[in-house]
Design a protein around this ligand. Structure first.
Ligand SMILES: [Fe+2]
Length: 321
């Protein structure tokens, strides 16, 4: 079933967006909201990772890290939300993030087994489908096709791109049954009520004002923002969004005992590294991700599949009656 087909206006906007994204990808800089751009030193980073993996193999910890990376946790999270339409109380969102599906062989099968018994109305994927940030992506297609075929949400599967993803994936993955939101909005209708879902393109490497503008569009409907990172949470909160779902941090992926991250790629508030957080009346959730990047290992930071159950927490004093 084709959920949320593109409007003629969205088709036109995608032509503009894909040419801008293609240009940004070609230059291989990180384009930031602050206007800064910088180049990643991947060669140095990959060398460090190589030595790190070698070290772990020598001390016998590699297999333990791999086994932790495959041991995906299913996390049920209750999310009380002000101004949620009553029709959406009990609505369940399956939140997947940072699949990096080609980083661990057979990861899609592990995820499918975990998802099988779950009940959910909508699935959202907040970016990072492949392991690397550059190069081809054909290797992820069979696994993604299999995974999406195993999803059965009544209201479809929505996704945004991450900083590891290329614009070219959108055309290849959408026919599997994913609707990408590249600075776009869709509405979910239930019992005469609407839920607005807006997704923005990755802003960690590929920031453009298009991401800002789509969040700034006014609406009276309860609104959910999907983004790879938490970087636009202030904009979403200022514009009345009630829920913000993101990933990117992997929760740290390699953590000290107690889940203390060594590196998290989280520039802003540290409480946004994983789990629930709040921003000016908006609730946010950062998924620690189901997959891994850099090294196929996790320590003290389990991969996660999240089921968010929304509930009505009443009206806020500033909301229209
Ligand atoms: Fe990631």
């Amino acid at each position: 079933m084709n959920f949320y087909p593109l409007t003629p206006e969205e088709k036109e906007q995608r032509v503009v967006w894909s040419s801008v994204r293609a240009t940004l990808e070609a230059f291989r800089f990180k384009y930031k909201r602050s206007g800064k751009k910088s180049r990643s030193n991947w060669t140095l980073f990959e060398r460090i990772l190589w030595f790190f993996q070698l070290f772990l193999k020598l001390i016998g910890a590699y297999s333990k890290g791999l086994s932790q990376a495959k041991n995906i946790l299913v996390q049920d999270v209750k999310v009380p939300l002000k101004n949620l339409p009553a029709a959406f109380s009990g609505f369940r969102i399956l939140h997947l993030s940072d699949l990096h599906i080609d980083a661990i062989e057979g990861l899609e099968d592990i995820i499918i087994q975990k998802i099988k018994p779950l009940q959910y109305d909508l699935c959202v994927i907040t970016g990072d489908f492949r392991r690397d940030t550059v190069g081809g992506f054909q290797q992820i297609l069979p696994a993604m096709k299999k995974l999406v075929a195993a999803l059965h949400p009544e209201y479809g599967t929505l996704a945004v791109l991450g900083n590891h993803d290329t614009f070219q994936m959108v055309k290849e993955l959408e026919p599997f049954g994913i609707r990408f939101l590249v600075n776009e909005t869709v509405f979910i209708h239930k019992e005469n009520h609407n839920l607005r879902v807006t997704g923005v393109d990755d802003t960690y490497y590929y920031y453009t004002d298009m991401a800002l503008h789509v969040l700034e569009k006014p609406s009276d409907d309860f609104s959910i923002a999907l983004s790879h990172t938490s970087e636009l949470c202030d904009v979403a909160a200022e514009n009345g969004y009630g829920l913000y779902l993101c990933g990117h941090t992997h929760g740290g992926q390699i953590c000290l005992p107690g889940g203390i991250p060594i590196i998290s790629h989280q520039k802003g508030r540290k409480e946004q590294i994983r789990g629930l957080w709040y921003q000016n009346g908006m609730t946010g959730y950062t998924s620690p991700g189901a997959g891994v990047s850099g090294v196929p290992l996790r320590f003290n930071c389990p991969p996660e599949i999240t089921v968010l159950e929304l509930s009505d927490a009443g009206k806020s004093s500033s909301s229209p009656v």
